[in-house]
Design a protein around this ligand. Structure first.
Ligand code: ATP
Ligand code: MG
Ligand code: FE
Length: 356
């Protein structure tokens, strides 16, 4: 099975050609991602209208390039998979409409893919993962701990009640005068900082439910910065290091609870249980070390796919489409609509078309 994947939900325009072999493994044949970072950086965040226009301008030629790299024509693909939510509606319309048009013109089935499902399943492309497993998605728009029970069978255990983790990094960077995107800038500054100088809050720590909260942390960072004048580079480094430390401690608590819940719910799971991480924040080395240690402690395998598969890409959309195809699920009708909000849980399962 060979599929063309299209991703346009946020600030990356991407197209990919991926093949799934009989044994369930996959081959990435063509993979192109165009980041709109430069277009948005002046605004310190993603501007929806600029994003939508940029997708329109770039998508056609990116699809052509992905096919070219794979060395195939539309005749040689079996289906089209396009992100249909969640995300910025303008971009979703561009990608899904293009997917529909290609599917229609080439006479191929269309799979409307949930972006979060792409993140959830991609690790299976590079790692022989068996169900069930846990996924932590930490990006600019999402912070979720999800139980992946099977293809199309997801249960969200925790989510952020305010800011996403990447958003917390971006906002912290902005108020410290660091460049966008904030994650890499904060991590760089933190490298030479004292993580013990500021005692930032660790929201929801100790609570039974598995949700996250990061807006209080951002406020504490602002107050710390305002309490020092003038703020030196060393102060900024200390704030960033203390900020990262607070996040690590928070995740230790939240994810630690999640791992224990998993072991309680699946005492007889086959092999070593796994925690998969996805999203741009997964690039953070301190966060990786924290999660690795947490997994070691609890007898879990820590699975971090290659970074280009953690951030937004079309390979994951193609792969989610392929996994669904392989279950024999029916494709979507061409009148399927994009959804800016589309949670990845049982409700999504009903809408997503599985088991039709
Ligand atoms: P979506 O949330 O819709 O999947 P996105 O574009 O917001 O998409 P990604 O592209 O996956 O998310 O990730 C971008 C986010 O990752 C930004 O918030 C950025 O600050 C953060 N990030 C990138 N590198 C690092 C890092 N080294 N440390 C912490 N955060 C990082
Ligand atoms: Mg992005
Ligand atoms: Fe994403």
């Amino acid at each position: 099975l060979r599929i063309l994947g299209i991703e346009t939900s946020c600030d990356e325009t991407a197209a990919a050609v991926v093949t799934r072999l009989e044994d369930g493994t996959g081959i990435i044949e063509g993979d192109v991602v165009l980041s709109q970072l430069d277009e948005h950086s002046a605004y310190g965040g993603v501007v929806p209208e600029i994003a939508a226009r940029a997708h329109v301008e770039a998508l056609d030629s990116l699809i052509e390039e992905a096919l070219q790299r794979a060395g195939v024509t539309l005749k040689e693909i079996d289906a089209v998979a396009a992100t249909s939510g969640p995300g910025l509606i303008g971009g979703l319309i561009v990608g899904l409409m293009t997917g529909k048009a290609i599917a229609r013109a080439a006479g191929k089935p269309l799979y409307a893919v949930n972006h979060l499902e792409g993140h959830a399943l991609t690790a299976r492309l590079t790692d022989s993962l068996t169900f069930p497993y846990l996924m932590l998605l930490v990006s600019g728009g999402h912070t979720q701990l999800v139980l992946i029970r099977g293809i199309g069978d997801y249960e969200r255990w925790g989510t952020t009640i305010d800011d996403a983790l990447g958003e917390a990094f971006d906002k912290t960077a902005k108020l410290l005068g660091l460049p966008y995107p904030g994650g890499p800038a904060v991590e760089r500054a933190a490298a030479t900082g004292n993580p013990k100088r500021f005692n930032f809050p660790r929201p929801l720590r100790g609570e039974e439910r598995l949700d996250f909260s990061f807006s209080g942390l951002k406020t504490a960072v602002r107050q710390a910065a305002e309490s020092i004048a003038p703020v030196s580079d060393q102060d900024i480094s200390d704030i960033c290091a203390s900020f990262q430390r607070a996040i690590s401690r928070t995740l230790e608590d939240r994810i630690g609870r999640g791992l224990k819940r998993f072991l309680a719910e699946f005492p007889e799971v086959e092999g070593v249980p796994a925690l998969v991480v996805a999203g741009g924040v997964a690039a953070n080395q301190e966060l990786r070390r924290t999660l690795q240690a947490l997994c070691d402690e609890n007898g879990f395998r820590f699975v971090a796919p290659p970074m280009q598969l953690c951030t937004d890409n079309a390979v994951m959309i193609a792969w989610a489409g392929l996994e669904r195809m392989a279950t024999g699920a029916a494709p979507d009708d061409l009148d399927v609509q994009p959804r800016s909000r589309w949670p990845l849980d049982s409700e999504a399962k009903a809408v997503i078309g599985y088991g039709k």
